[in-house]
Design a protein around this ligand. Structure first.
Ligand code: HEC
Length: 437
């Protein structure tokens, strides 16, 4: 086990959620935008429309800055934040998918090289070769999505990997294709919103109106397909995940946020692409990007939330990161029973010796340490915390009530069974009673 990363008020899970959801904007822009870009460039070359180049320049520089500065920074941010908040889960993923990531990084390098070459040779080399650079970028970027989606989907539906432990059995899992195609459709919507933002800098009125219409078609088509493919994705979810969608009240809120934001996005596209494209402006564009961010927050929040109580579904519990089952193919053993017999403290090697056994003097302190490991991944410990703060949920309860509540987690659909022995349960309950007062 590793020390737990406690983030005051916000909570580590929310930090990851904010970084990761923001990352979707530049990353899906990076994968989607060039298809639109190439479409416009082909038109410019074929029909000899040099005035379209003004848009292309603005669009590519926006992709370059937004995707390759903010996208790269938040991509690395996801690694840092997840590695400190759930080191064992990241370790599990790395042990299975290190070659997946290695492959993805090869495509990143292709992507990055291609976009710089594309931008700096725009209008300077023969148009056919320039288009080729664009194709290299577009495919390179999309293939990086093809790879990372396998690892993302694995965390919710590991599929046959649970019995075989095989790389591709986990990679091509039951939600892989629905998720890949939903993201693929959605990336065109992200690309079209950014095209409208780039257009707000374009001076030529007729170019502005012409490209806005095309961007609107791409964006709305992306939304329609994302909606249809998203329904396929939800249909493919495991039974337990579908039940959580119904039982957890915050899921309903996330669904509402997602749907309302997507409707606003559709309205924005209709208005500024078809009705009043001339009045398209930066402020409206930025507001619509924020709305799009909320839609993403809703979808990704649902996708992450429905694998509770696990961090890797059916394999590793959230917060404590205890292995929840035997995986004979990987020679991995269920840790829950062992931890219940020997105590969770037996796994906290980094604790000073005076905190490794419970005494009447250190009981509340050790209770706090245990609660931080076993609960803080999903609950704030402070009253003003953003993430289901325990002092509020448990307000006024006494130790015995808390104890029996925790014992009932054995049959909870969203909370892991208590991973500790009797004495530890007593210490945690005593600490929780104290903060619930
Ligand atoms: C893997 C994530 C996770 C972990 C770990 C976790 N919880 Fe929860 N807990 C939840 C979720 C999700 C809910 C549902 C709250 C909601 O509606 O948003 C919840 C709800 C609760 C509730 C409200 C009653 C109920 O059953 O809904 C209590 C009390 C609670 N948790 C206590 C704890 C304590 C104490 C721990 C640590 C021993 C803990 N939880 C660990 C995810 C978790």
């Amino acid at each position: 086990m590793y020390p737990q990363w406690l983030v005051p008020t916000i909570g580590s899970a929310v930090v990851i959620a904010l970084i990761a959801c923001f990352h979707i904007l530049p990353s899906h822009l990076a994968t989607g935008a060039f298809w639109f870009n190439l479409y416009i460039e082909r038109k410019a070359v074929k029909e000899g429309r040099s005035e379209l180049m003004e848009f292309l320049k603005k669009y590519v520089i926006l992709i370059l800055i937004f995707s390759f500065i903010y996208g790269s920074l938040t991509g690395v941010g996801i690694w840092f934040a997840t590695a400190v908040s759930s080191p064992r889960a990241i370790s599990l993923l790395i042990h299975n998918y290190v070659w997946g990531w290695a492959t993805e990084w090869v495509f990143f390098i292709i992507e990055i090289t291609a976009i710089y070459a594309y931008y700096y040779t725009l209008g300077k080399i023969d148009p056919v070769n320039h288009l080729r650079l664009g194709w290299i970028y577009a495919w390179g970027a999309w293939i990086s999505m093809v790879i990372i989606t396998g690892i993302l989907a694995f965390m919710l539906t590991p599929g046959k990997w649970l019995t075989t432990g095989g790389f591709f059995d986990g990679f091509f899992n039951p939600t892989y294709f629905p998720q890949l195609f939903t993201r693929t459709a959605f990336m065109f919507t992200v690309a079209s919103i950014y095209a409208l933002i780039a257009l707000s800098f374009v001076k030529n009125e007729s170019v502005k109106v012409e490209i806005a219409k095309k961007a609107g078609v791409w964006g709305l088509a992306g939304l329609v397909f994302a909606f249809i493919l998203g329904a396929w994705y939800f249909a493919k979810l495991p039974k337990e995940a579908k039940e959580l969608l119904n039982t957890l009240p915050y899921m309903k809120t996330l669904i509402k946020v997602m749907v309302i934001s997507l409707v606003i996005t559709a309205i924005y596209l209709v208005v500024f692409s078809f009705v009043i494209p001339k009045y398209n402006n930066l402020i409206a564009g930025i507001i619509s990007a924020i709305v799009l961010f909320l839609a993403i927050l809703g979808f990704e929040g649902i996708r992450e939330g429905i694998r509770r109580p696990y961090i890797v579904n059916y394999v590793m519990y959230g917060s404590s990161q205890i292995i929840s089952r035997d995986l004979p193919a990987k020679a991995v053993k269920n840790e829950l029973e062992k931890v219940r017999a020997k105590g969770f403290l037996s796994k906290l090697y980094y604790l000073p010796p005076e905190l490794r056994t419970i005494t009447p003097e250190n009981k509340v302190k050790v209770g706090e340490i245990l609660a931080i490991h076993l609960c803080s991944g999903c609950h704030s410990m402070a009253k003003d915390g953003w993430l289901r703060p325990l002092p509020k949920i448990l307000a006024g309860m006494d130790k015995e009530t808390i104890k029996s509540l925790i014992q009932s987690f054995d049959s909870s659909p969203y909370m892991p069974p208590f991973a500790g022995n009797e004495q530890e349960l007593d210490a945690v309950s005593e600490y929780l009673e104290k903060i619930a007062k």
